[in-house]
Design a protein around this ligand. Structure first.
Ligand SMILES: [Zn+2]
Length: 184
């Protein structure tokens, strides 16, 4: 290979890297290539040890999902997202919330008043940081999602305060067809 071709190849590689880094969150389809447990249809429970998780999750996602981290408020691209669609667990693909139950809580994290189904989420008491809270985890892979509080809007009165990093959003198909109709 000539040095010129090698140079152009390197340039190409560095360009594709920097374009990915400039985004807040990479498209999940890219990160999921390395994640063999990610599935939006498989409902079988996922049980991996920390080392196995570390290999398939980004450092940021590993910190939130497996080390019960909390992202800085107002940093998630999903916090103000008003598109219709479904929010999946970014670690395993389990459907967690739909946009119909999303509301603007003003707390700085994506907030919902109900999960997709009762079994999509599990609840655990969390007495860390001198507070008595209820932690919510993914019902399929037990990744940490956030907490649920009892100051939400009707009909449930609940506020699921969720780290945006653990959410993988897909726009509803109806939206697409509406768009196509308008543009036909
Ligand atoms: Zn999960």
């Amino acid at each position: 290979m000539s040095s010129f071709r090698l140079l152009s190849l390197l340039l190409l590689l560095s360009q594709s890297c920097s374009s990915q880094n400039s985004k807040n969150q990479p498209p999940m389809s890219e990160t999921n290539k390395a994640n063999p447990v990610y599935s939006r249809t498989d409902t079988g429970k996922v049980s991996l040890n920390p080392d196995e998780w570390k290999k398939i999750l980004s450092p940021e996602l590993y910190y939130i999902a497996r080390q019960k981290g909390t992202e800085r408020p107002y940093t998630s691209v999903w916090e103000k997202n008003q598109d219709k669609g479904t929010y999946y667990c970014a670690a395993c693909g389990n459907p967690l919330f739909v946009s119909d139950t999303k509301f603007d809580s003003g707390c700085g994290w994506p907030s919902f008043y109900a999960p997709v189904t009762k079994s999509s989420i599990i609840y655990l008491p969390d007495n860390s940081h001198g507070m008595s809270r209820t932690e919510v985890q993914c019902g399929r892979c037990k990744s940490h999602l956030g907490h649920v509080f009892e100051d939400g809007p009707p009909p449930t009165g609940l506020r699921y305060c969720i780290n945006g990093v653990i959410l993988d959003f897909e726009k509803a198909k109806e939206k697409e067809s509406e768009y196509n109709k308008k543009n036909d």
